[in-house]
Design a protein around this ligand. Structure first.
Ligand code: CA
Length: 221
């Protein structure tokens, strides 16, 4: 459990332990993120508003690190946007404060029954395959050599296959949120990718959508 309000954290911990759970408590985001990465927990109860690193960031960083421990996010406000963002950042469920202890327990049990979601280890788009963990990519039976950046760009486009993604989104995810270089670098890298996964195989999967961005067409032939 990652919760910075000490009394609430202690109360929740006592309640959960009375219900038979073993609970570790982190009182700030930094400790919570560290513990979540180091320990194989069955589930994480994660407060949204935390000092140092907030709940959204913790979720995102865990998912980026390919840690799929089920996460129940505690949202304090009742704005629907918090909840949407909680789920978008990788949480599996959310609970709005204040809540009844029985509801918290029921939600945790539901998450435990579901277990860590099965995320595909190898992404596929048509006969293009990419193994992000193993840093390998294939077009059909042919392995394609990609640089780390090309790999990240292809992974991003494959996760959004069929959708138009803007240059800005690509820069934010594949480069950095505060990228300040020349945005045309995206075009350059899409060109590199085309030369590796499309042209040698007579394919046109990586499409430029004028004025909008790029789209990976899985069937691009
Ligand atoms: Ca808080």
């Amino acid at each position: 459990m990652v919760e910075d309000e000490k009394r609430l954290a202690a109360g929740l911990r006592n309640g959960l332990e009375a219900d038979g759970f073993a609970v570790d408590v982190a009182l700030n985001g930094t400790d919570g993120l560290w513990l979540a990465k180091e320990e194989p927990y069955d589930a994480i109860v994660l407060d949204l508003m935390l000092p140092e690193v907030n709940g959204y960031e913790i979720c995102e960083r865990l998912r980026e690190a390919r840690i799929w421990t089920p996460i129940l996010m505690l949202t304090a406000r009742d704005g629907a946007s918090d909840e949407v963002r909680a789920l978008d950042s990788g949480a599996d469920d959310y609970l709005t404060k204040p809540f009844a202890h029985a509801v918290l327990v029921a939600r945790i049990r539901a998450l435990l029954r579901r277990g860590a979601p099965q995320r595909p280890t190898v992404l596929e788009a048509g006969d293009l395959r990419l193994d992000p963990a193993g840093h390998r990519a294939w077009r059909g039976a042919n392995e394609v050599e990609l640089t780390a950046r090309e790999m990240e760009l292809l992974e991003f486009l494959m996760r959004r296959a069929g959708e138009v993604v803007s240059k800005t989104e690509i820069l934010a995810h594949v480069w950095d949120y505060d990228f300040e270089g020349d945005p045309n670098i995206v075009e350059v890298y899409v060109g590199h990718l085309r030369n590796k996964v499309d042209r040698p195989f007579g394919r046109r999967a990586l499409e430029t959508i004028r004025g909008a961005g790029y789209r990976l067409d899985a069937d691009g032939g």
